[in-house]
Design a protein around this ligand. Structure first.
Ligand SMILES: [Zn+2]
Length: 126
């Protein structure tokens, strides 16, 4: 699959399926999200410094402003200051640049390990 198709499919899955799970979409304080990042990185024995979360405008993607991660920093756009976005950006930080199968299995692993959410069965329906 091409990168663009992977990305479209990933965003659609998050928008249509994962957005329906309140526990990972609740907007949280920066300090709460930082603690989550630190806990995840410690648990999975992430070999670098845990990324620092900042609240900012995000980057433009079409008409939307999106959160991003460059490794050491995760910037969360308005309306995306939630656990789902943290796990998504952490999957990038861990080393999965594109929204490919490896990215998805990393993200699904984090959601299962830390939230008890099994995405595998939901994904097949997309
Ligand atoms: Zn992404």
């Amino acid at each position: 699959m091409t990168k663009a198709v992977d990305t479209r499919r990933q965003y659609a899955f998050e928008d249509k399926v994962l957005s329906g799970i309140p526990s990972i979409n609740k907007q949280l304080a920066q300090s709460t999200l930082q603690r989550l990042i630190n806990r995840v990185c410690k648990t999975i024995a992430y070999e670098y410094q845990p990324p620092v979360v900042v609240f900012g405008p995000g980057v433009r993607h079409g008409k939307q402003m999106l959160s991003w991660c460059n490794g050491p920093i995760i910037e969360l756009a308005p309306g995306q200051r939630d656990k789902l976005t943290i796990y998504h950006e952490l999957a990038h930080a861990i080393g999965h640049e594109d929204h490919d199968d490896e990215f998805r299995s990393c993200l699904f692993g984090l959601l299962y390990l830390f939230e008890g959410i099994n995405c595998q069965t939901m994904w097949t329906g997309v």
